[in-house]
Design a protein around this ligand. Sequence first.
Ligand code: SF4
Length: 472
Amino acid sequence: MYNPKSGRAEEFIDHQEILDTLACADAHKRDAEAIDEILKKARERKGLDHREASVLLACELEEKNRELYALAEQIKKDFYGNRIVMFAPLYLSNYCVNGCLYCPYHAKNKRIRRKKLSQEEIRAEVVALQDMGHKRLALEAGEDPVHNPLEYILESIRTIYGIHHKNGAIRRVNVNIAAAKVEDYRRLKEAGIGTYILFQETYHKESYEELHPTGPKSNYAFHTEAHDRAMQGGIDDVGLGVLFGLEGYRYEFAGLLMHAEHLETVYGVGPHTISVPRVCPADDIDPGAFDNGISDDIFAKIVACIRVAVPYTGMIISTREKKEVRERLLHLGISQISGGSRTSVGGYREPEREEDNSAQFDVSDRRSLDEVVRWLMELGYIPSFCTACYREGRTGDRFMSLCKSGQIQNCCLPNALLTLQEYLEDYAAPRTRQIGEDMIRRQLGAIGSDKVREMTRERLGKTKGGQRDFYF
Ligand code: SF4
């Protein structure tokens, strides 16, 4: 029985409720009146529930779909301005005891080279990431209590935060590791992590169990209830995601929003981010083996629908997607992207040889961080390396209230400009620097308050003079 307040996965992601949602969406997919009502509600920028958003996803009326895309773009601008937050993944270890059928790290894969970074190797990777200009990392590791116990993850986080190379520093470490116990989340919180991210992969329980035949991850309930335990352990920024292609996308979409509603209902704060990966090629994984692959058009529509359904939630796209796809999705709602990524264990310091392949997936966007930064600015976006909210304790509902109060122009925008200035000073190629300087000059005028604009101008001057780490 569907119950968003329940702590049980099978009740807050109720299978029958998803089937009813899909039937309701089918019944209204050409119902202009009902779709107008939903779009009207979405324009209030307070979000939509999974049933309403599923109708928009199913909508077959071209004109209404155009309205949906325009609204998604407008909401994106209203809540995020033209900032795009930059991050990079850091793979610590690809040892894994699970049997996930879509991931090359699965325990039975004997072809892939198994690697685990030592603290010394992590230091070298982080120095290489800092030399690119990164300030925000997402730690990745397979699930293996012997090779990658929590102690190893915690030690790695301490190592990362402790490295200050030239003007570089990693200021926010997000963590994407297996479902854990409340006590473990408490320790991750104490270690100062930013967001805890865990992808559901699929919300369809039966498919989930088929796709995870062995290992601790095969426990659907333990996996699906992980974000609850993270919240109970004090982590109030959690990230959701599904792997599109494993199951029917409409099913996943409804499940994803039900999960977000559950967190909002129980903890008063929805997910900090939603990631939208698609199954892609990797070592012994052929995406063609999965029947539910989605086209670029459907993918764009999913992103637009998520944007209008949860306006305050950040949306992440990785280098799994190629440049053209990323560009299209940026307009519709993506607020965070990776750049210059390596998905192998230890690939930043020196590129991996082909015979040593340890990557989780093949990267489609192979541009350097500087190329991505320049490209974003040429498209009119401000690449932001800001981590201020996390460092100021503006997490969970405190972050959400900043978003909802519309203070972004006086807080996030100046912070984006200040961190971009740092990047331009310390890492940018000459042409990137020139484009960036022009952008900062133009964007200063968009800061809402005269006082904040003046303070930003002054701090930009100090940043150029060699001082670092100013933020609002
Ligand atoms: S998805 Fe995660 S748990 Fe599954 S095999 Fe890959 S690394 Fe292991």
